[in-house]
Write a protein that binds this ligand. Structure first.
Ligand code: ZN
Length: 154
């Protein structure tokens, strides 16, 4: 119900968001390319798993989410602050994303499926890990058997 009361972002902001979203898909593509190149096989956005995770690796009983730092409210150098304009809209949207991430993480854990979050800052920006180390870190996590994991910029 709250959503109905929210103001839509201005056209300029919408264009901006579209641009952000377009570049946001790039980190996911990097992870897909790295894993595929290393021989991992995965499925994309499975509807039967909580939150339709970006990648799922049945062989490893694991899902991998690639999160944009702004849209998922990461506490890192890529996220300066929330936009000043349309404050309520952004608060509802971003807090909603965080709450949904938490629900998805819980639901995934309840299914006994492992979940790794790769943050955008691990892939781009001044603190990125570099593709070699990133792939190594993901492999290590997959082999570790850990239930959850997170990779962010250094
Ligand atoms: Zn980040």
């Amino acid at each position: 119900m709250v959503a109905a009361k929210l103001r839509k972002p201005s056209p300029a902001r919408s264009r901006n968001m579209a641009a952000i979203r377009a570049t946001d898909t790039k980190p996911e593509m990097i992870v897909r390319r790295l894993l595929h190149g290393a021989g991992f096989r995965y499925r994309l956005h499975r509807r039967d798993l909580p939150g339709k995770p970006d990648l799922s690796l049945p062989k490893w009983n694991a899902v991998i989410e690639v999160h944009g730092c702004f849209f998922h409210s990461h506490d890192c150098h890529l996220v300066k602050s929330r936009p000043e304009a349309n404050r309520e809209f952004w608060a509802a949207k971003l807090d909603g994303n965080v709450a949904r991430d938490r629900r998805n993480a819980d639901a995934t854990r309840a299914l006994g499926i492992r979940r790794l979050v790769v943050w955008q800052c691990a892939l781009s920006g001044k603190e990125k890990l570099g593709e070699g180390s990133l792939l190594r870190e993901i492999c290590q996590w997959l082999q570790s058997g850990e239930l959850t994991g997170e990779l962010s910029g250094k």
